[in-house]
Design a protein around this ligand. Sequence first.
Ligand SMILES: Nc1ncnc2c1ncn2[C@@H]1O[C@H](COP(=O)(O)OP(=O)(O)OP(=O)(O)O)[C@@H](O)[C@H]1O
Ligand SMILES: [Zn+2]
Length: 736
Amino acid sequence: MLPITPSATPIAQIALDIPVSRLFDYLAPGLTRQDIGLRVRVPFGRKEMVGVVMGLIPDSSHDKHKLKPVLEIYRDAPALSTELLRLLNFCSDYYHYPLGPTVMAALPTTLRRSQPIQIKLAHAWQLTSAGLALSANDLPSHAPAQRALLDTMRDGLAHTGATLTAICRGYRGIVKTWVERGWAAQINLPARLHAPPVAADTAPQLTPAQQDAVTQINAAFTKYQAFLLHGITGSGKTEVYLHLVASALDRGGQALLLVPEINLTPQLTGVFRARFPHIEIATLHSGMAEGERLAHWLAAAEGRARIVLGTRLAVFAPLPHLALIIVDEEHDSSFLQQDGLRYAARDVAVVRAQQQGVPVVLGSATPALESWYNAQNGRYTLIRLDQRAIANARLPAINLIDTRSSKPEEGLSVSLLAAIRSRLAAGQQSLIFVNRRGYSPALMCFECGWGAACARCSAKLVLHLRERQLRCHHCGHVEPVVHACPACGNIDLKPGGFGTQRIEDALTRHFPEARILRVDRDSTRKKNSWPDMQRAIHKGEADILVGTQLLVKGHDFPKLTLVGVINADSALYSPDFRATERLFAQLMQVGGRAGRASDAGEVLIQTQFPDHHLYRLLQRHDYAGFAASLLAERAAAGFPPFVHQAVLRAEAGKLDTALAFLRQAQGAAPHMAGITLFDPTQASMARKAGVERALLLVQSPTRKPLQTFLSAWMLQLYALKANNVRWNLDVDPLEI
Ligand SMILES: Nc1ncnc2c1ncn2[C@@H]1O[C@H](COP(=O)(O)OP(=O)(O)OP(=O)(O)O)[C@@H](O)[C@H]1O
Ligand SMILES: [Zn+2]
């Protein structure tokens, strides 16, 4: 790039939320390099848009006389840093998604609008030098409140009403007098993101394994290194994170912690606030109100929030002093963004750490096979926590119930019922894991084989008996329950398979005296219902929990000693090569909820395949063994992580239209050695919400040629006629 001479009007290259793979040039009189990363308002066609300054150049390849000027530059929020812009550039390149939309998507919505932002400010008071020189004797002798206030404010920092009121309710009158006397000054501060916690906690003594992990990672601060923290369930990974975050803070840095679920953020925020009561913690997730999200984003950008805790989108949080990144439950598929910029937040976190030269810690009891492979080949450093952190807590015994000999009735076998009964008698909790919400995943006619299906999706309708509805879990379609088979008229339709409601009903019949709590997306839909339920579970106000995945992730219920698994087998014969990996992780995670405190835990799995090697390895808690067998299978079959994949997806009203587009795309593909292009096929879920879906898989043994190929191919794809087709590219897809 040429230096900008002061005489020439510089040209700003602006990222706009327009789905084309280029930036837009505007005349930018008066803009300097310092302004890169700021938002601007520019004319675009007949509209005005907000964009971000990505660069300044002395000349444009477009006719300079036709360029329009930037209308306004916003200085109300800090500029996106060069580091962040570099990361966004990387993502745009790697995921082959236009840079403009990539950059704009990283901003909170309020910053994408052409209005200056309003920041909520709070009054705060700070001692002046005269105030700092005061001694307690300068105050009236019977004024303990004034003395306490003086003590607190002697640190010279600005304190908001939230802090001062905790010391003395009548602080306002006192500080007013002090301001009049010149002892204190009033200033405006951005409001605190959270009220200070009531009780601070103290760190427990680390176990030797935790201490080793902390020591090893501490030694890597100030340089890039990726750690895979493989800690069994209940091994105390959170405590390791807390210590590492403390180290980052000690160095004056900011720490970023990513979690898979919005649901996990309040709980974890509570833990971090109690440990770091004086540190601002920003939370970022899609469930926040706009204004709130903006306030937290700004706190991160200005360096006020030293800890940032959030879901996948937080990987793009502005962090001027970033010193550490942690990705908790790194195997979780919620780290994948499925539309727009399709990114994997875990992988982006690793790239960000690498670009900034800071350590990144990926934690899980069941790492993604990709991460495990990276630890095997030395790209990541493996650290293990092999024991539960609480002194007498052991991993649960995992036992199998052979449903061929012990036939379950209404989903529940005699042995499982007996186990629940014994827990009830002992005042302990049981959890029954069902991987489907609703009453039953199918409504069937056993005379002619008809099954209720969604007219808009290639999927069965799920029976929700409570609501007397059939619902499609893919498109949201709802219809009333039919009472006779539309094909043969048989009036004896039966549910096929088990959902949470059906198991809840069966349990209610067996244990009318028990307090049964169903936890799934239906029962937790209302705001705060899940936090309320969690509290109830902790207080021991439920005896039997029936739940889906929601109940599994990262929870710690000390009274829970039995986990029952109803219908796990289907993953064993799924065509998806990742199904067994997911099943193993899910069972290990759900099993990990049992016996986390001093009472021993047990897991009972109902299965028709008790000899399956997956269950055998699970019984030994042998993640490493299972991962090794999966890696051997994948290597033999030529699946990831031994190949790198991308999928071109096409959607259209008619399947032929989608396939025709993909065939064109196939024909337009540049020929490159090492790249395999498969023929276009229907997606495994061929129809969704009335749209036909098809895909074309591309793969290569190494990443680099695949990237080169994709860049060249995308140029061709943009040039193709895509009438009535929507298409997108998915790099490193999890589902094909
Ligand atoms: N050093 C320690 N001393 C005593 N208790 C500890 C220690 N570290 C952690 N714990 C306790 O152990 C329990 C499990 O810890 P934590 O929830 O962090 O496990 P985890 O590794 O995240 O497990 P999971 O993967 O199942 O979520 C918690 O109750 C925690 O308070
Ligand atoms: Zn549907």
